[in-house]
Each structure stands twice: as C-alpha cells, then as structure tokens.
Design a protein around this ligand. Sequence first.
Ligand SMILES: Nc1ncnc2c1ncn2[C@@H]1O[C@H](COP(=O)(O)OP(=O)(O)O)[C@@H](O)[C@H]1O
Ligand SMILES: [Mg+2]
Length: 254
Amino acid sequence: MSPLLALDRVERAFGGVRAVDGAGFAVAPGQVHGLIGPNGAGKTTVINLISGLLAPTAGSIQLGDRPIHGLPPWQVAALGVARTFQNIRLFPDLSARDNVLVGQHLRRTPSLAARMLMLPSARTEEREARERAEALLTRVGLSERVHEHARHLSYGEQRRVEIARALASAPRLLLLDEPTAGMNPVEVQAVAQLIRRVAAEGQSVLLVEHNVRLVMDVCDTITVLCFGKVIAEGAPRTVAEDPAVIAAYLGNPK
Ligand SMILES: Nc1ncnc2c1ncn2[C@@H]1O[C@H](COP(=O)(O)OP(=O)(O)O)[C@@H](O)[C@H]1O
Ligand SMILES: [Mg+2]
C-alpha cells in the first residue's frame, strides 16, 4: 500500500544546529507509527515540519501524492493533518466542549450571513456541532468534564481535550507530540486504547512519546531519531533490541 505520509531526506537547520538532518520515513494508512529518540533528537521539529509550522531547508514531505513541505499550517490542516502540542495549547477560559468546537470549525462552518441571521440551518448546525464535540469528549473519556473550564482540568485531562480537538477535524493523519506527559498510569492506558481505536478506524497516527512502554504497546512501526538522523526503524521489538538505539538512550550514540 502506498504511504499516507512520506518524508524524504528532510533537513531543518536553526543557525548552526541541524535539528533534522536528512531524515526519511513513511507512515502507512491506518497505522500507528512511533517517532522516538533522546531529548533534542529533532522529534518536535519533525512534527512542526509536517504540520507546516516550519518549512524544511531541504527534502520533501508528501501527503498521499501531494507535496506539503512549505505549505502554511492551515493548508496542511485542510488536507487532513491534525496535531497536539508538547506544551498544551488550550483556551484556559473556554469549556472543554468549546475548546473542541474550535477544532471542528475547521471542518464546517455555516456561512457568516446564515449565522448573523441565526437561520434555522445555522442553529441546527451549531447544535450538531456541540453534540459532536460532546461525543468526542466522551470518546476520550471526559464526558463528565464537558462544561469545565480548561484551566480547571488536570494536565492529563487537558491533553485529552487536545486530542479530542485534533480529532474534531476528522484528520487522515493525527500527530501527537508527547500526549501522555503528566498523565497517571490509568490515563496512559486510556490514551493507548484511544490511539489503537483511531487507527482501527483507518486514521494514521504519528506518535512522539518518551513513555517507551506505551510506544512498544501501541505502535506498528517505530522510527528512532538521534541528532536529526534516523538511526533505526522497524517493529517495536526489533528496534528495542537494536544496539544503536540502546546506545543512543544511554547517551553514547555511535
Ligand atoms: N525554534 C528553534 N530555534 C533554534 N533551535 C531549535 C528550535 N527548535 C528546536 N531547536 C533545536 O533543535 C534540536 C531539536 O529540537 P526538538 O525538535 O525540540 O527535539 P525533541 O523534540 O526531539 O526533544 C535541539 O537542539 C533544539 O535546541
Ligand atoms: Mg519535543
């Protein structure tokens, strides 16, 4: 099957630092693809390059058969790529539901005129959008927290709202940057199941994660980055036993 996402010899330098240094990998449709590596390996930069927050200094990024490198974030989003952030980015004074609604509006908005006139069609759409947002929050296990302001939610809950918001745009590809940071083990398990369910429904997930256990449990394939280069790739067990990977994690990359 041809990949949904393909990176080829992608480079991104910041001044003298080559954050991403000729990296390439491909994500298949409906697969959970892990992207791991020590701190500073370039993982977040890769997510930023795919989502259009940054442009590569060289190389190509393809979504299906369409090059997306250099496109602005909203165009990449419109093509079906959604993400969460390593540092949570929610509106603290909006409810969990309204934060998710922000993500949905990317997908479908009644015309401004229809909304100004509060035509029945606009009212129906608003109600349906709210119901969808609530369903997404239920899907991430937050049905009890729908009306809570984001700032009153725990870190784990806020991260799950971010995932619900990303899913609200019905993406083909979901990019998760350390989704379980700050979560307790029960929440981590819930996120693991959620990721598997998302993939089972045909969406692809690119998972950046330092919880190695989670990565091993949920990923079909793992790519290991170190100093911006791919040093290993394959099934979780193969990668875990790779001497170069072990050395990288012990702080002695070869
Ligand atoms: N906006 C930036 N400006 C300058 N350097 C950056 C920037 N973003 C990342 N870097 C550098 O690029 C490298 C990779 O960072 P990052 O992608 O955040 O790694 P990771 O997510 O794997 O921990 C690091 O050396 C980091 O300091
Ligand atoms: Mg990072």
